[in-house]
Design a protein around this ligand. Sequence first.
Ligand SMILES: Nc1ncnc2c1ncn2[C@@H]1O[C@H](COP(=O)(O)OP(=O)(O)O)[C@@H](O)[C@H]1O
Ligand SMILES: O=P(O)(O)OC[C@H]1O[C@](O)(COP(=O)(O)O)[C@@H](O)[C@@H]1O
Ligand SMILES: [Mg+2]
Length: 372
Amino acid sequence: MNSKVKKIALLSGGGDCPGLNAVIRTITKIAIEKYNWEVIGFVYGYRGLYNNNYVELTVDKVEDIYKEGGTILYSSNKDNLFDYLVDDGNGGKVRKDVSDVGVENLKKDGVDVLVVLGGDGTLTSARDFSRKGVNVIGVPKTMDNDLTSTDLTYGFISAMSVGTEFIDRLQTTAKSHHRVICCELMGREAGWISLYAGLAGNAGVVLIPEIPFTIENIAKAVKKRDEAGLPYTVIAVAEGAKYADGTKSIGKIVEDSPDPIRYSGLAAKVADDLEKVIPNHEVRSVNPGHIIRGGDIDAYDRILSIRFGNKACAMIDEGLFGNVVSLKGGNMEYTSLEEVIGDAKFGKQKLVDPNGDLVLAAKAMGVSFGDE
Ligand SMILES: Nc1ncnc2c1ncn2[C@@H]1O[C@H](COP(=O)(O)OP(=O)(O)O)[C@@H](O)[C@H]1O
Ligand SMILES: O=P(O)(O)OC[C@H]1O[C@](O)(COP(=O)(O)O)[C@@H](O)[C@@H]1O
Ligand SMILES: [Mg+2]
């Protein structure tokens, strides 16, 4: 053991995903049992850091959360302490950089290292706290799989597996009624969940943000399946996919969120538009929404959570601050926050390559992406 660390603090930010609890558990257990560090957790992400609202984490508190989705530390995908909504003194609100309050709270609490569990947004703030001299370690999470630094994050496999089950279940009912059913899956601007769940569930058409589509091309694919003796089609629709003319389906603008767009409704729109051009089929849509990121942690994500949490502890011990745990080619490594996030206001995103091997394999097997 190398470090002079005595106390670490965890926080989780952004949308929850299966695996956060298992990482909190791994880090807490290793910190206490191997390194003898004290562990606290700020609640509701960066808001807890601002309000100095934390809980002590002990082995008995985390023992049973090895398979529980979500996060016992709660989470927020709004509070950015570098641009925080505070009272203006006249009954209104004004945006202010209150990050110094967070830094002061860490000093007051005697926290040596801040461990941040989050996606591109949360890690953008982590980079900025690191620039202010805080000892930060990032543990990447996202069900969207859109982080550049790592081959995989915990959360993705669990969410993708639930998405696959939805597509599987839609296959039998679509087939029985010779229907076309569009299934919308989350993922923001990244098509990973829809691509993986769509192909794992044998969807005939997969629509992802990286490959704009037209209704005519989807109709063509449905007709081709009809002619091949497959008069039913399940379509995996990424919530952030777009028509070739750029049309997207925005469900909600969350004004006080740094990333305010929430996509929703695309599967319903595609179903409506498609039914007009394929009158021989009834077209339906479903949107499982947040269901795919709820529930238990998949077995593989439990293992990833042990590997990510263990690496985070080793990095703390070695003083490798300002870095994010990364899985690269099967090995646990690390990447600097500056590289992961870059200089952008928002972190870089890892998107599906339209010419990547999986898309090309799917096309070779007759799956349509609505682009040709
Ligand atoms: N550009 C940004 N700069 C600083 N903090 C950000 C930025 N974007 C998001 N955040 C903060 O990160 C947290 C989660 O952001 P979000 O992007 O929704 O989730 P995720 O971390 O999963 O990508 C929130 O507290 C949010 O205020
Ligand atoms: O929970 P909200 O605010 O509706 O946000 C929904 C978004 O969060 C996600 O589930 C996860 O995104 P993040 O990992 O960036 O938080 C997206 O797939 C989805 O678009
Ligand atoms: Mg994100």
